[in-house]
Design a protein around this ligand. Structure first.
Ligand SMILES: Cc1ncc(COP(=O)(O)O)c(C=O)c1O
Length: 452
């Protein structure tokens, strides 16, 4: 690279990733193929519009790429329709909301302070400024979603859109119950599966007859029954939500980006019609909300990288990977609990856990810094009903997608918890942190990360 300053910084970041333990729940390590697609000549191409309906010439090749990405995503999620163009999860959410609600309409989303995402109605995001946002939260004792309370808020406030999904919630979402509530008030239900997309993908693929994973040899198959004729799991976002948004870079292990999916296409609930008087399908509204509604030209290099990642998701190895992601998260939770750490909601059903640090008298902020100084990346996080600010916090969020990609298994989780425990209990001892950092570097060299 001619720009030696940037080259040097990229090298430093590569070194950081190789030498440390990556526990940020929203991060992962992509394959070399995904990296190559992202760093390709496709970045030069403008392709506003959709395949075969572009506003630019020279799109034959990128059309083929986008069609592949769409076909693969549909196969993974058993979806009738997908748009793979959103530049990010937030863009996907902005477009999905624009498709179904108008400025000033009421929307209802999971409270940011309890584990929701900014784009689900926070005042600092477009979603809380353009729409009238009503939050729902967790039961203070059980720290799980209080579905009766959610139903009562929905029946009172009658939002036009209910959003489910979050960024720091370690328990299952009852998508079916959410859909029942949405149907009672005639509102749309949007599932934001940015975090759990890989888990949802795994469940659908295990059940999907087209992929042949239900041939009787899959030890997980029986556990997933019963499944319906379209091959969704019993509590699938794709099955119960009107539409689903996601990022592609978390548990799906693809490039940074977003997409919107519909399990089964349908006529939009608001009765919006074409000029000729036909009621538009929800997929048509969503397509227009992505472009020209909220975006310009799609990032074709990223869409190619999404296609590569989706093909990787379709391999049986991905199912094993996701199973290990969950096993690792459960093991981490167990090990922390053995050492008397309080896990919010008592455990995890997915790839992440929230730890309340109040009892060991260290803030999330200080924990994040101390762990970083010893080579471990996590993020500070509000716990439900936190009394501290989002810059300080009483908790930390830990996730297993990246370390599982790296090849770590349950036994390794014990060692990780040992390290974290030692660091948090001795966080002002610089020498101790330095020694641990060295030990981690040596340990991580056993798990090679990038092909040279
Ligand atoms: C649930 C959820 N939705 C949306 C997003 C936004 O994704 P992005 O950072 O790609 O805009 C995130 C990111 O963390 C998320 O957790």
């Amino acid at each position: 690279m001619k720009d030696s300053i940037i080259e040097n910084l990229i090298d430093l970041e590569r070194k950081r990733q190789i030498e440390g333990i990556e526990l940020i729940a929203s991060e992962n390590f992509v394959s070399t193929d995904v990296l190559q697609a992202m760093g390709s000549v496709l970045t030069n191409k403008y392709a506003e519009g959709l395949p075969q309906k572009r506003y630019y010439g020279g799109c034959d090749v990128v059309d083929e790429i986008e069609n592949l990405a769409r076909d693969r995503a549909k196969k993974i999620f058993n979806a009738e329709w997908v748009n793979v163009q959103p530049h990010s999860g937030s863009q996907a959410n902005a477009a999905a909301m624009m498709a179904v609600v108008k400025p000033g309409d009421t929307i209802m989303g999971f409270d940011l302070a309890h584990g929701g995402h900014l784009t689900h109605g926070s005042k600092v995001s477009f979603s809380g400024q353009i729409y009238k946002a009503i939050p729902y939260g967790l039961d203070p004792k059980k720290e799980i979603l209080d579905m009766d309370e959610i139903e009562s808020i929905a029946l009172n406030q009658r939002p036009k859109l209910i959003i489910c999904g979050g960024s720091a919630y370690s328990r299952e979402w009852d998508f079916k119950r959410f859909r029942d509530i949405a149907d009672k008030i005639g509102s749309y239900l949007m599932g934001d599966i940015a975090h759990i997309a890989g888990l949802e993908a795994r469940d659908i693929m295990v059940l999907s007859k087209t992929l042949g994973f239900d041939d009787g040899n899959n030890p997980n198959f029986d556990k997933m029954l019963p499944h319906n004729e379209r091959g969704y799991g019993p509590n699938s976002a794709l099955k119960y939500c009107h539409f689903v948004t996601t990022t592609t870079h978390k548990t799906l292990r693809g490039p940074r980006g977003g997409m919107i999916l519909v399990g089964k296409d349908f006529e939009n609930l608001n009765g919006i019609k074409t000029k000729k008087g036909r009621t538009k399908m929800i997929s048509e509204l969503l397509d227009s909300a992505v472009f020209p509604g909220t975006q310009g030209g799609p990032l074709m290099h990223v869409i190619a990288a999404k296609a590569v990642a989706f093909n990787e998701n379709l391999q049986p190895g991905f199912l094993t990977y996701i199973d290990q992601v969950k096993l690792n998260a459960q093991k981490l939770a167990e090990e922390f609990q053995k050492r008397n750490y309080r896990i919010v909601s008592g455990g995890t059903d997915n790839h992440l856990l929230l730890i309340d640090l109040t009892d060991i008298d260290i803030t999330g902020n200080l924990a994040e810094k101390s762990l970083e100084n010893a080579g471990i990346s996590i993020n500070k996080n509000l716990i439900p009903f936190d009394t501290k600010s989002p810059f300080v916090t009483s908790g930390i969020r830990i996730g297993t997608p990246a370390i599982t990609t790296r090849g770590l298994k349950e036994d390794d989780m014990v060692r990780i918890v040992d390290f974290i425990d030692k660091i948090l209990n001795n966080h002002d001892n610089e020498k101790n942190l330095k020694n641990i950092k060295l030990e981690i570097k040596q340990w991580m060299s056993v798990f090679p990360l990038f092909q040279e």
